[in-house]
Design a protein around this ligand. Sequence first.
Ligand code: NAG
Ligand code: NAG
Ligand code: NAG
Ligand code: NAG
Ligand code: NAG
Ligand code: NAG
Ligand code: NAG
Length: 464
Amino acid sequence: MKLITLTVLPLWAWILSLILQGTLGQSSLKTFSPDLQFDNYTLILKGQRIFLHSGEFHTFRLPVPSLWPDILDKFKAAGFNAISVYVHMGLVNPSPGVMDFDGYRSLSALYEAARLAGLWIVLRPGQYINGETTAGGLPHWVTSQVKSELRTTAADWNAAWTPYIQAIIGQTNQSQISNGGPVIAIQIDNEYDQEEGGPYFAEIEALYRDPSSGIEVPLTHNDPGMLDAFINGTGAVDLYGMDAYPQGLVASNLSIWNPIEMGYHTYHEEANPSQPWYSPEFQSGAFDGWGPDATGYEDWRAVTDADFVSVFYLHTWASNAKLVNYYMLYGGTSWGALPYPYVYTSYDYGAAITEARTLTRKYTELKLQGIFLRSSPEFYKTDWIGTSSSNLTEGAIIPSSPPTSPAFVSLLRNLDTGAGFWIVRQNDSTSLALSSFKLNVTTAGNQKLTIPIVASSINLDRTV
Ligand SMILES: *[C@@H]1O[C@H](CO)[C@@H](O)[C@H](O)[C@H]1NC(C)=O
Ligand SMILES: *[C@@H]1O[C@H](CO)[C@@H](O)[C@H](O)[C@H]1NC(C)=O
Ligand SMILES: *[C@@H]1O[C@H](CO)[C@@H](O)[C@H](O)[C@H]1NC(C)=O
Ligand SMILES: *[C@@H]1O[C@H](CO)[C@@H](O)[C@H](O)[C@H]1NC(C)=O
Ligand SMILES: *[C@@H]1O[C@H](CO)[C@@H](O)[C@H](O)[C@H]1NC(C)=O
Ligand SMILES: *[C@@H]1O[C@H](CO)[C@@H](O)[C@H](O)[C@H]1NC(C)=O
Ligand SMILES: *[C@@H]1O[C@H](CO)[C@@H](O)[C@H](O)[C@H]1NC(C)=O
């Protein structure tokens, strides 16, 4: 009997942890199970570093389970390795005591489809999800029968959501990565303020972390901006993330871009340097409102087209983000009375995969990025070395003559192998002019090169 209790971990797990300690050696390594760890660079799944390359998909916006594999295969074919999914409490828990996971409400069918497609899942079950749904996904019986303020520690609100989260736990605990399933993280609530929501988050986290729940994956949150919410203190989550919608969500002047946000890297270094840099929602389009604000989804698709995907997504990578989810990759349709009053039925979102499940130019650009990520494992563990605005010596830009629109470069380097990654863009990120230049780089073998070698220059142009 004693012998059995001593063999807690199988031999391979000990060897794996020795290898990981040897090669990673990070004091910041956090272990949730032998299959799920992260350090300050990336997630490490089954002992392998991964760049979490994820797209948002809501099964309730395509309520036909036999069509889910079509969407998931399209994600996979573009090189994505994960999906992020909201669960709608009002659909699952339509009246007190009733839990319905049949048909399109099924989580087990989603988990099986994702497992077959080879995609990880970040589950975002709310209870509050927003997602442009009425009452942010809360059931009508909650908004009409719970007297106290919602999303607080009020006892009647707690009594309303506890059975729902327990049901989510019961549907999910056998489908986590350690059980051979696809689920690698669970998000707590949605875009909340810590001062208001801290104690409430602590209650939700206690339920997930109760030993009887069997939930071991990291709990995450999506801060709506650079607000330091839920990194430490009451209600803090295991892995912090920040949402970003650089073009905004209300149509104003879609013929010009808002510029990129320069502060991501510095913010991450200040806010949560011991965790990997995570964007749980990065803009991939926008929802469209009724009436005078409405522009139509084709306008949103145009402003967030392949050139936006190129400039803004690579800029996020240049800030050293290693977990990125694009909201939405497939938007779909908000059936029934799901949409909140500002929006109409279509949730196409101007996404890379249209409401009718067809592919767009954006999809092609995403696929190029996906192929780069899948074929460049050295990119997964990089340090941020510097940019044109921090006196970068290993990425000097040599402007063409006569000079064109100025360029800007960021350098990330894998310090284990020496591999360098120079990410270039227009210095003015909104410029549509031609930028033509060469770049001085230093290779892993310490060789100094001026690139390109054969072509006359690197050209950044609006070619799409
Ligand atoms: C999964 O959750 C259900 C419901 O909370 C619980 O009854 C069950 O014991 C859990 N399973 C494991 C393996 O923890
Ligand atoms: C988190 O830590 C920072 C720095 O120590 C501190 O200023 C801040 O108040 C803490 N936040 C919470 C919510 O405890
Ligand atoms: C939108 O921006 C373009 C380009 O700067 C400008 O020509 C146009 O007048 C602007 N439209 C409105 C309505 O502001
Ligand atoms: C990760 O932590 C190590 C050890 O503290 C440090 O050398 C490295 O620069 C950090 N890298 C990132 C990307 O945070
Ligand atoms: C870059 O160099 C200039 C001139 O030497 C100096 O004034 C400036 O502080 C440096 N900037 C950074 C970010 O190191
Ligand atoms: C680029 O490298 C070449 C060759 O080493 C060197 O002559 C040149 O001064 C460098 N240019 C810049 C802007 O650093
Ligand atoms: C590049 O853009 C920054 C603002 O982001 C500006 O301060 C700087 O002068 C620009 N550099 C060039 C060479 O135009």
